[in-house]
Design a protein around this ligand. Structure first.
Ligand code: TEU
Ligand code: CA
Length: 549
């Protein structure tokens, strides 16, 4: 399966569609909605983890990689989903969490019961006197080491304390992982997303980090490329049809050239998150600032050019199950909801890379603005609410930050129609439905030709129609303009021009290239916009032009 002209749709099963009314979405729910996904036009779905898990981190804490958590269904449900997806030409990608396992996993249980073989599956270290082995900070807050009274040692957990990091230095761990990947390949899956896979290679020596939280020691670690090449060679490497994407936390471009390089035999493509930190104050997720537009453009432009010059390939995305909704974040979900959602979608889909749509993004779902901590479910949000208050913030101040930054912003139930619970469940949903579901839902938007949903369908169609969208080189334009983000995509035969206004004010730009023969193929302002020497853009306008050379 070639991936350049594909569009991938991410499903968070817990919040997608519930068929047995226990308030939690399930695999059968995905099967029931396959016709909708076919109508949308996507090629592949990535389903976040549905393996056996205590669900401390909603399935990213896996206790058994070979079986399906009963809350989501059975192996038969999965096989049926797979068969029905295949019938419709939709591929399935699974989400593999190999940086860590749940502490409920057999391996970990054996480790703490004194089995030396399994002790070596994890990273156990002695404390530094009264202190943990190092001062590294967990991504979910607090120290990254947890004391095991059974072994009298600490184990490393870069995430929750129930997510113990695996020891990839141990060849037996790597063998077990290849077995798991091969098991699912034999089930006929079409690809994998590897969770925080650039964190798997830990340093030879564990030392305190006096200038940061420890990430510089294990991010893109010393043996990372060796491990990925070996994983590739031992599992999916020979299968041309498998798509792989690595989630790369705080990575560098140079490493991404290798992770996704054409002849590197590591992965098909990479997610990086630099463009989603432009509203972090001093790089701190839990400190608010308005987004830095110049920085956003600089990141897009440098990655687009860098990756294409070095044969790398990027996954393009605004939204996932860890990120707030983009229309609430960089758009304006009050005054220009529809226009800004369309503008943001266009900008991503026309860049060089493979676009990912996160469930609900295609109908412009917003943040929920939950204002009570009891409405939040995510372990990270609950932890940081306490951490912020302990730092001296008032409850309301901490709430305001969590409301903007919580991962639950994207985890509310998918809004299918204007019935009870947005048509997601007849039971009580595991997390509240957003108040606006009567206005924002799939059923309404199927009927409305001008909807965000129908616009996303066009974005996907265009990728199939114009080769330049998947194969063109990106040329950044208007790099310093205060409001406009603009770029060209070019092949020998075609040219594409994208002009967008990221703000709710009118703006203009003088074009310093030949504007002949461009045809407008898409816009969000319902006018057949002609390209002019001086282009005036209304709030959140976006326009796409095409020419055949
Ligand atoms: O996320 C990795 C990750 O680093 C984040 O996006 C994380 O949410 C952020 O740093 C916290 O501020 C992946 C999964 O996507 C996420 O859902 C899991 O919780 C995490 O790994 C652990 O498996
Ligand atoms: Ca259910």
């Amino acid at each position: 399966m070639k991936f350049e002209n594909k569009v991938i749709y991410q499903i968070y099963p817990k919040s997608f569609y519930d068929t047995n009314n226990d308030g939690i979405g399930d695999l059968k729910g995905i099967t029931e909605k396959l016709d909708y996904l076919k109508y949308l036009g996507i090629d592949c779905i990535w389903i976040t983890p549905f393996f056996i898990s205590p669900q401390k981190d909603n399935g990213y804490d896996v206790a058994d990689y070979y079986n399906i958590d009963p809350v989501y269904g059975t192996m038969e449900d999965f096989e049926n989903l797979s068969k029905e997806a295949q019938k419709r030409g939709i591929g399935i990608m699974l989400d593999m969490v190999f940086n860590h396992t749940s502490t409920e996993h057999q391996w970990f249980k054996k480790a703490i019961s004194g089995d030396k073989k399994y002790e070596n599956f994890y990273i156990f270290k002695n404390g530094d006197g009264e202190n943990p082995p190092t001062n590294w900070v967990s991504k979910f807050g607090g120290n990254a080491w947890e004391y095991s009274k059974e072994l009298g040692m600490y184990y490393l957990h870069l995430f929750d304390k129930t997510q113990a990091d695996l020891n990839w230095e141990n060849p037996e761990v790597r063998e077990e992982i290849y077995k798991i990947v091969k098991f699912w390949m034999e089930k006929g899956v079409n690809g994998f997303r590897f969770d925080v896979v650039n964190l798997i290679s830990k340093p030879a020596v564990y030392e305190n980090d006096y200038i940061g939280d420890g990430r510089r020691f294990y991010t893109d670690g010393p043996k990372i490329h060796e491990f990925l090449k070996e994983l590739n060679k031992n599992t999916f490497g020979k299968d041309e049809d498998i798509i792989t994407v690595g989630e790369m936390s705080s990575t560098s471009m140079e490493n991404c050239f290798k992770y996704s390089g054409k002849d590197e035999n590591e992965l098909s493509m990479v997610f990086n998150f630099h463009h989603l930190k432009v509203d972090y104050k001093n790089k701190d997720k839990w400190a608010l600032q308005p987004f830095d537009f110049q920085e956003l453009k600089d990141i897009f432009n440098s990655w687009q050019v860098g990756m294409q010059e070095n044969n790398g390939w990027s996954a393009l995305f605004w939204c996932n199950h860890d990120q707030p909704r983009i229309v609430s974040r960089l758009g304006d979900d009050k005054n220009y909801w529809k226009k800004s959602a369309k503008m943001l979608g266009t900008v991503i889909h026309m860049l060089r890379g493979t676009p990912y749509i996160y469930q609900g993004e295609e109908i412009g779902m917003t943040n929920p603005y939950f204002d009570k901590i009891t409405q939040y479910r995510d372990v990270e949000s609950l932890n940081y609410f306490e951490i912020l208050k302990n730092k001296g913030l008032l409850s309301e101040e901490a709430m305001k930050i969590v409301m903007e930054r919580s991962r639950d912003n994207s985890r509310t139930p998918m809004q299918w129609n204007s019935n009870k619970n947005a048509g997601f469940t007849q039971g009580t949903p595991w997390i509240d439905v957003i108040y606006n579901y009567k206005d924002i839902n799939v059923e309404e938007q199927i009927k409305d030709e001008d909807s965000i949903l129908n616009y996303y369908r066009k974005l996907i169609e265009l990728r199939k129609k114009y080769e330049v969208i998947s194969l063109g080189k990106t040329i950044p334009l208007a790099e310093k303009h205060k409001n406009i983000y603009m770029y060209k995509r070019v092949t020998e035969k075609e040219e594409l021009l994208v002009i967008s206004n990221f703000y709710g004010v009118e703006t203009s730009i003088e074009l310093d290239f030949d504007i002949e023969e461009y045809e407008n193929i898409l816009n969000n302002n319902n006018e057949n916009t002609k390209l002019e020497k001086i282009m005036v853009l209304k709030p959140y306008d976006v326009m796409v032009f095409h020419k055949t050379k």
